[in-house]
Design a protein around this ligand. Structure first.
Ligand SMILES: [Fe+2]
Length: 327
């Protein structure tokens, strides 16, 4: 039997039916049984006040019986793997896209976290290796690509954000450059994953501040593109792709961005692609001072308020199409 319940009364085990279009929520299906508290948090992030549940299909413990064991999070139930194993898995056609996407997300988040904690040459090399493998997968496999961009993580840590931007920007680059031999998606992937590497040189108190930044802090934060170039040069990793992305990803189409105030065509397409992904992920991630926007609302806000002066119109239109499930 279908029944409406307030969002605050959601419980693990309830079978929910989302009365939303596919692009308005981050789940794979419109109806499913809630398996963890983190799914409840994601549903709360959709901005609904009540939700339809199917009581017949719900399995909820009552107070008399032992509580439903909360299912382990994706991170807890998926084992840690080596990069070499991930690369093998990605090539294996027998492994389903859901598994591949979940392993890619887990492993890339782990290695990015490690890089931001210990920015060593070997950790940056590892990121480059993984980014190249993910780029290959994104080139060949539309289903896994769709899952990767639909399952971006809401938590706004620098490493989660880097991973989300890596997937989104790679998917957009694939669609923009199609099969052009003039662009190296593997190098581009590494550049996208590393776009914010300059933040390792910024005070953690600013990076993790649970409130909007003051003017002085904003000025310090705005140094991260040039600091990023410095890091790339120090680590011997300043490829053309990474350099352009790291330095130009905060430029805006109307010339009001930073560090140089470049405009339009003067901003390299690689950086313009990164900007679209960067802005989208900032809007769809949770901050201590604001809730994440669902996909549809973030795209609408970008269309209404950021195109074409911040984000390039043509790229934005191609970006929107990425959220359409593959046939
Ligand atoms: Fe940035």
């Amino acid at each position: 039997m279908l029944k409406k319940v307030p969002i605050s009364e959601l419980k693990v085990g309830m079978y929910v039916l989302l009365d939303l279009a596919w692009y308005e929520h981050p789940f794979l299906k419109n109806e499913f049984r809630i398996s963890s508290k983190s799914e409840i948090e994601k549903i709360k992030g959709l901005g609904l006040t009540e939700i339809t549940i199917d009581e017949k299909q719900s399995i909820i413990s009552d107070e008399a019986s032992p509580p439903v064991e909360e299912e382990a999070t994706e991170e807890e139930k998926t084992p840690t793997i080596d990069t070499s194993i991930l690369l093998e898995v990605l090539k294996d056609k027998a492994i389903e896209p859901e598994k591949k996407a979940s392993l890619i997300r887990l492993h890339s988040t782990q290695i990015m976290k490690k890089l931001f904690e210990e920015p060593t040459r070997s950790n940056i090399k590892e990121v480059k290796k993984v980014a190249a493998g993910i780029a290959d997968c994104i080139i060949k496999d539309d289903k896994t690509t769709f899952l990767l961009i639909s399952m971006t993580n809401f938590d706004f840590t620098t490493y989660n954000h880097s991973v989300n931007v890596g997937f989104l920007a790679l998917a957009l680059a694939k669609s923009v450059f199609a099969n052009s031999p003039h662009h190296d998606l593997q190098e581009l992937g590494a550049g996208f994953f590393l776009h914010d590497i300059g933040k390792i040189k910024i005070d953690n108190a600013i990076i993790q501040k649970p409130a909007p930044l003051t003017e002085e802090e904003t000025l310090k934060m705005r140094r991260h593109p040039q600091l990023g170039l410095k890091v790339l040069l120090e680590m011997g990793f300043a490829t053309n792709e990474a350099r352009l992305i790291v330095v130009q990803h905060h430029e805006k189409m109307d010339g009001t961005g930073y560090p140089k105030g470049l405009r339009g065509e003067d901003i390299h397409p690689y950086a313009r692609i990164c900007t679209v992904a960067d802005v989208f992920d900032a809007l769809t991630s949770r901050r201590p001072y604001r809730d994440p926007l669902p996909t549809f609302q973030a795209l609408k806000l970008m269309r209404d308020e950021m195109v074409p002066h911040h984000v390039e119109r043509k790229l934005f239109e191609q970006f929107v199409l990425l959220f359409k499930p593959p046939e």
